[in-house]
Design a protein around this ligand. Structure first.
Ligand SMILES: NC(=O)c1ccc[n+]([C@@H]2O[C@H](COP(=O)([O-])OP(=O)(O)OC[C@H]3O[C@@H](n4cnc5c(N)ncnc54)[C@H](OP(=O)(O)O)[C@@H]3O)[C@@H](O)[C@H]2O)c1
Length: 312
């Protein structure tokens, strides 16, 4: 099969399209013919060696955390899916990923594709939506009437986090750059703050939750936004180097679960229209490295998706 292989830790220079043997499904796996796969910031970071200390990869390796496609084969213990099912889900990064024509994935991290999405949109969804779900719902526990700030509201995770918080009844503020202000407003944000011209900490106060998708100094500057007892939830972003300036605010890492039941919840929200999927850019598989370049600028709008089959 064709795959985008990672052959070292030299960033984009270590990536190459190549022919490699296809994966063999284990008993609990589904083998998926990938129709679309997203490029997440973590893919670029891994290509630069970011996860090296905790995840030693054997080269060639295939990156790509999530995708959408059609079940080609199921392992002997799988009963929830059958060949021909249209599914989306999350691959195990320590095994081979979704930037290939086929991927073998634990069936526990797969769900039926939302019926109203094509593979391109569904392929953009799993990691970003599950990350937003973790930050806003399971860890952030956003609720009706609360005030929630979403940093990086125009990105893959932030654009979904805004919509989830709105769906739960929260009042939502979001930060974004000048070219994305209208976009973030259209997603439902009640307050939109241009981080290039406005100090968000001076613009809003008494918030219940900050979902931090930036880390570092942005997290430090988020403390004054919160009321006493407020929460900063965050996924894997650069740590804050300063000491916490307040003790009446809790910083909570948001562990991301890839279980089918959460993917099903996200599908339900997408199918009801509560959450709209924003595909920012689609790249043919042959241009996969351009998609990585795009995502690694750190200024993506919505998700970047690889079209693996040239049709959706
Ligand atoms: N499981 C996990 O732990 C997990 C999962 C997914 C993502 N992440 C991490 O979460 C972060 C966001 O991921 P993503 O997929 O949403 O990224 P993305 O799609 O690449 O979006 C990045 C966004 O950040 C915005 N941005 C840049 N500088 C900003 C600033 N100073 N203030 C506010 N917004 C700013 C950009 O908006 P403008 O273009 O308007 O500047 C862009 O829309 C990444 O660091 C990623 O690695 C972690």
């Amino acid at each position: 099969m064709k795959a985008l292989t990672l052959n070292g830790y030299d960033g984009l220079a270590s990536l190459a399209l190549a022919d490699v043997p296809g994966p063999e499904p284990r008993p609990r796996d589904v083998l998926i013919e990938v129709h679309a796969a997203s490029v997440n910031p973590v893919d670029g970071k891994i290509s630069q060696g970011y996860a090296r200390s905790r995840m030693e990869l054997a080269f060639p390796h295939v990156l790509g955390r999530d995708g959408s496609g059609v079940v080609a084969e199921v392992g002997g213990e799988v009963t929830a899916f059958k060949p021909g099912d249209e599914v989306y889900g999350v691959a195990d990064q320590t095994r081979w990923g979704t930037h290939a024509q086929f991927v073998a994935v634990d069936a526990a991290h797969v769900a039926r594709k939302p019926q109203n999405l094509d593979h391109i949109a569904a392929g953009s969804l799993a990691v970003a939506a599950l990350s937003a779900f973790a930050g806003i719902v399971t860890t952030g526990q956003a609720a009706a009437g609360q005030k929630v700030l979403v940093h990086a509201g125009a990105g893959g995770v932030g654009s979904l986090a805004i919509q989830m918080a709105k769906h739960l009844g929260a009042f939502v503020a979001a930060t974004a750059g000048p070219s994305n202000l209208e976009f973030v407003r259209d997603l439902g944000a009640d307050v939109v703050i241009d981080y290039t011209t406005t100090d968000f900490a001076a613009a809003i106060k008494d918030y219940d939750l900050v979902f931090d998708l930036m880390g570092g100094d942005v997290r430090y500057r988020s403390f004054p936004v919160l009321k006493s007892g407020g929460v900063i939830s965050h996924i894997s972003v650069p740590p804050m180097t300063q000491a916490a300036p307040r003790s009446d605010v809790t910083v909570k890492p948001a562990p991301v679960s890839y279980e089918t039941r959460y993917l099903d919840q996200i599908s339900a929200w997408v199918e009801s229209g509560a959450v709209q999927v924003v595909v920012g850019a689609v790249f043919p598989f042959a241009d996969a490295i351009k998609a990585y370049e795009h995502v690694m600028t750190g200024h993506a709008r919505g998700k970047a998706v690889l079209d693996m089959v040239g049709k959706t």
